[in-house]
Design a protein around this ligand. Structure first.
Ligand SMILES: [Zn+2]
Length: 220
């Protein structure tokens, strides 16, 4: 019957990275993922037992650790890295991919409020090129934090105007449906196809539609 499994490491940063799947680790993500998976599999196969990483001081004469150090050194000399040059462009592309991957993992682990609308697939790529004013409207509509009736009620703003000048209640969606908005009808179509309000507010296509609308009615 096996006891608990302790894998001893003398590098605290590596331990932290391995234990936290969301921590940024550009160069060794695949290895830390693999170690984490191995520890989890071992625990599943040995019910009631723990598999964990433990820190031990490096170069302090801990027998197993000194031996592991010696073997790692020998292995590194045995298999010199090949093809280890990389162009700046390829390196930047790779770093961007890693950041994007970490960001998506982090985003996926965040608690989503079911009352709020869904959001487009997270990306670290460039933002749709519309004005800060439009982005402000859109982010307010997505987050429900803005000049909205419900928001003022929730935060107790008795002096805030809760109705739009058109007479309608100020809702996140009303931001994009108000009849006073120039060209409001063009927010209901994108590239000849009808655009529903939720898609307008929560998708990348919606962002494009808002950009086209802004370019048409607010520039020049
Ligand atoms: Zn209105």
């Amino acid at each position: 019957m096996a006891g608990n499994l302790w894998a001893c490491l003398d590098n605290q940063a590596v331990i932290k990275r391995t234990l936290n799947p969301l921590s940024p680790s550009l160069s060794s993500q695949a290895i830390t993922d693999e170690v984490r998976a191995l520890l989890e599999t071992w625990e599943r196969e040995h019910q009631g037992k723990r598999a964990a990483l433990k820190w031990v001081p490096g170069h302090a004469g801990v027998a197993g650790n000194e031996e592991a150090d010696r073997l790692a050194g020998a292995a590194a000399r045995l298999f010199p890295p090949f093809n280890c040059t990389v162009t700046v462009a390829a390196g930047s592309r790779w770093a961007r991919r890693m950041v994007e991957k970490d960001f998506k993992q982090w985003w996926g682990a965040q608690k989503q409020n079911p009352e709020k609308m869904g959001l487009p697939e997270p990306s670290t790529g460039s933002l749709t090129k519309m004005s800060r004013l439009c982005w402000g409207r859109l982010l307010a509509a997505r987050s429900h934090h803005g000049d909205f009736e419900k928001y003022h009620k929730a935060w107790g703003h008795p002096e805030a105007e809760r109705r739009c000048q058109c007479g309608a209640r100020k809702t996140p969606i009303h931001t994009f449906t108000c009849q006073r908005l120039p060209g409001a009808h063009s927010l209901r179509y994108y590239r000849g196809r009808p655009m529903d309000l939720e898609s307008l507010i929560t998708t990348k296509e919606g962002e494009e539609c808002i950009k086209v609308w802004e370019d048409k009615y607010f520039k020049n």
